[in-house]
Design a protein around this ligand. Sequence first.
Ligand code: C2O
Ligand code: CU
Length: 424
Amino acid sequence: AASLSPASWSATGMGVPDDGGGPPLMADHDGAGRPVDTLRLPADVPVDVPVTLVARAEGAGYTLNGRTPGPEIRAVAGQVVSVRLVNENVARGITLHWHGVDVPNGDDGVAGVTQDAVLPGGEFVYRFRAEQVGTYWYHSHQVADEQVKGGLFGSLVVEPPGGVGPDATALVHLFGGRRTVNGTPGDLAVPAAPGSTVRVRLTNTDDGPMRAWSAAPYRVLAVDGTDVQAPTPVVGAAVPITAGGRADLEVVAPARIGLGGAAVVVGGGGAPAPVPTTTVDLLSYGAPAPLGFDPSTPNRVFDYAIGRRPGFIGGVPGLYWTINGGMYPDVPMFLVREGDVVRMRISNTSGEVHPMHLHGHHAVVLARDGVPASGSPWWIDSLDVPDGATFDIAFVADNPGVWMDHCHNLAHPKQGLVAHLMYE
Ligand code: C2O
Ligand code: CU
């Protein structure tokens, strides 16, 4: 068995500078000695949503089933999704990570940690029960910087059992320097009858912060897949969307959601609105509601302090990110036990914003720069941490395994901005 030392993670293609070398090492246990397979849905559970995705390298990018983004996957909460990923010709190998979905560890799709990358001619079957209603996405987690930029991603929507009203998904991406929506430069047209309300599910698949807005009032129904309590209409302000993050906006047709260089045009209308100068503060948006756990008595308290300094990673000199002062792989291993309430203080003095993403768990934002959250519980899987900012977050360790906690500006994990959460 490969040992789960930091050196084996260094082969993930995402954790450290790419050496262009061979496939990642096999990761065949979860660090607690249990085979990763025991942290997967048993193979005899009946499948409700069978999907096959065939990945190809084409031109400057990649396709899934001949297109990019790949096909949208839709499930109803409670259904079992089974995705057979086939690699036709992507030489460096591929995986799929279910961004924002708290899947069993063995289905998390992190090459070198939870599975081998799938090499040309190979395949891998992901199986998970879609339990969280909301807007998610999937993307390769092998050489992710190149493969996500190149188009190896798609939408995943989990609907409530009663179904959803009219909705549309929009994956917003930069491809070849142009802003695209669902793979096409420019605007996405969403048909809708005048006066009807439409839920537009926006996903930021880029490396940096994004904002969305409309001239007409809109509501922010959900952030990172979690519904906002009592969302009030937003007028003249933009909603921020973290890299990797999602925001579901409700608009009344006709409407136009500006995205900077592109738009989602609902029901054929809406005048282009100037870029708002104000931004919705998700720390205070919506109405408070119970968290379902008590973050005031944590079992574990961690710091995740992001800095930057010159040094070496894998023998290569550079200006690298540091975590708690350490240079990769000398970075924290956040150890938890199942059931722990975990608090983490994420701070950033590195000079750049970092969209931090925790795998396998949803965390709630408790405070920013010491100011406590006062709105709807702001549940996140992706969180922009600007330079100079400090966030206090909390979550329940309820999903055993080894989980990445990294920057979703996908050039940054290669430069050291990746740590792991691991169950003792
Ligand atoms: Cu969306 Cu570790 O990534
Ligand atoms: Cu970063």
